[in-house]
Design a protein around this ligand. Structure first.
Ligand SMILES: [Zn+2]
Length: 178
């Protein structure tokens, strides 16, 4: 028996086993790091979506509490609003309350977009809620535009069928907040 050869093979085998275990160890460390990173991203998304959900729930609660303000049509019937321009100019307790309610909604929509990072999941919900107030948003669009981020302004433009403004032209506004 060629013991030198056997020993050389043995040495090579143990070196290979060593290299393999280093490889597996580094692979394990890397997968653990990747898993931790994925977990962190997942947790961050979960927290963000919970925050967005809470914001939306708060708004829904307000709608249940004040159903007469939850859409332009209901408010119009309840408070006998003659037109959106009347609501804008009248300065009565009812018109102010309705305008503040819509401001609360816009603020909630913006919070949802910001909190959910990628607000695309919420696009249809936001669109529908804004659509309930389309007449007053159309009336106030230009006044309120500067108060909100481009992503929300873009949805307001879509809902109110804006004939064209800076927000409509912004190609990258999309649902993103900035
Ligand atoms: Zn526009």
């Amino acid at each position: 028996m060629n013991w030198d050869a056997v020993s050389a093979v043995g040495g090579a085998a143990s070196a290979a086993a060593g290299a393999l275990s280093v490889y597996f160890a580094s692979t394990t460390i890397r997968s653990a790091r990747e898993a931790a990173k994925e977990q962190a991203v997942h947790s961050e998304r979960l927290v963000a979506s919970q925050t967005a959900n809470e914001t939306y729930n708060d708004y829904l609660r307000l709608c249940i509490q004040y159903p007469e303000l939850s859409s332009y049509d209901v408010a119009k019937k309840r408070f006998k609003f003659s037109s959106p321009s009347y609501v804008r100019a009248a300065c009565t307790i009812d018109t102010e309350r309705y305008l503040w309610f819509v401001s609360y909604l816009l603020n909630a929509c913006e919070r949802i977009i910001l909190d959910s990072k990628d607000g695309s999941d919420w696009h249809d919900v936001i669109w529908d809620q804004l659509d309930y107030h389309k007449p007053i948003l159309t009336e106030m669009r230009n006044v309120w535009a500067s108060h909100y981020y481009p992503a929300l302004r873009r949805i307001i433009c879509d809902v109110t069928e804006c004939p064209g403004c800076e927000d409509c032209q912004a190609e990258d506004a999309g649902i993103r907040a900035t």
